[in-house]
Design a protein around this ligand. Structure first.
Ligand code: UDP
Ligand code: MG
Length: 321
């Protein structure tokens, strides 16, 4: 589907970390698509310090074309902060966030742009298939979304990644948010406005391997969704406490009945050990949940900058962050 040429401007924000092998193909496929939708576009790469030739390649491209812009971080801040930095600098009427590895097909941009022209503020891409991902990751993602949507205050669409279009007013709202956890899907759901979902088959990476194969960071990201968008887990300790107290009351009642009826019962050590372990486990779980919230409060109250920029090429105006 091709959208008519528009006078509105478009910024593409691309987080990139060691993407040297993907960049030539990225430019080859993205630029003609952008030229077909609007004459007024910019491509902003937000990069972590890379160990391959990504930075040099992008600096060269920025010299060749004023449309290519580069933000380089002082250290590795990661994909979410790269997206937030790109949004701070972007000047387009719409901003599209997409990965540098071509897992977000540029050929879908005209369709996203058409939805934007039709009045949608957020156009999200939902993965139909998750090619190139292990079944463990798929299972984790499915379970994570189910739990988050069960308890979160906002509805977070399933299988929607960071590939999305946002209108200027959504980007302005995003820039106003001070939260530093980087769970962008939740923040976009919180912002609201007119949202549209387009489904697509997510291809495997053009080259290289994913930066998110590790188990712990994926779990941590899911926990951000649970903890930052719901206070329900805190209430869980109250529910567990009530259940335990009720269980203890039932047990005491059962003991009393057994004593009165003078029936044999394995009283003593086993019961005490089981009860101690049970209560200890519950208390530690509750403490752990409280700890998750407190650590996030600690992160937020420090009010450290979300990212630190080493240099910004082609982006004269340094926005107030
Ligand atoms: N990325 C980044 N900083 C990081 C990790 C990843 O800027 O610390 C970029 C990466 O270059 C890519 C995007 O974020 O453009 C998505 O990363 P990746 O493809 O590894 O994740 P996946 O698509 O497997 O979720
Ligand atoms: Mg990828």
């Amino acid at each position: 589907m091709t959208a008519p040429q528009s006078t509105r401007s478009l910024s593409i924000v691309v987080p990139a970390y060691n993407e040297e092998k993907n960049l030539p193909e990225f430019f080859r496929r993205v630029v003609p698509v952008l030229e077909s939708v609007t004459p007024d576009f910019e491509i902003i790469f937000a990069i972590d310090p890379c160990s391959d030739g990504t930075e040099e390649m992008l600096r060269k491209q920025a010299e060749l074309s004023p449309r290519v812009k580069v933000i380089k971080f002082s250290r590795r801040f990661g994909q979410a902060m790269a997206i937030l930095a790109g949004c701070q600098y972007a000047r387009g009427d719409a901003v599209i966030v997409m990965d540098a590895d071509l897992q977000d097909p540029p050929e879908l941009i005209p369709e996203m742009w058409a939805e934007f022209q039709a009045g949608f503020d957020v156009v999200m891409l939902q993965r139909r298939e998750r090619h190139g991902e292990t079944w463990v990751r798929r299972l984790l993602a499915g379970a994570g979304y189910a739990v988050i949507n069960w308890i979160a205050e906002v509805e977070i669409p399933r299988n929607v990644g960071e590939f999305r279009l946002m209108s200027r007013r959504v980007v302005c709202e995003l820039n106003r948010l001070k939260e530093c956890h980087g769970f962008l899907r939740g923040l976009i759901a919180f912002i609201g406005f007119k949202q549209k979902i387009i489904t697509f088959d997510r291809p495997a990476r053009h080259a290289g391997t994913t930066n998110y194969s590790a188990f712990i960071p994926n779990i941590r990201n899911g926990l951000h969704g649970l903890v930052c968008f719901s206070g329900s887990l805190l209430k869980l300790s109250t529910t567990l406490g009530i259940c335990c107290a009720f269980g203890a009351f039932l047990l005491a009642f059962a003991y009393a009945v057994i004593q009165i009826l003078q029936r044999p019962f394995p009283l003593g050590n086993p019961t005490i050990v089981i009860l101690c372990l049970f209560m200890g486990g519950i208390q530690l779980i509750c403490l752990g949940i409280i700890g998750e919230y407190i650590s996030r409060i600690y992160e937020e109250v420090r009010e450290r900058p979300k990212f630190i920029v080493d240099y910004a090429l082609g982006l004269q105006e340094h926005p107030k962050l």
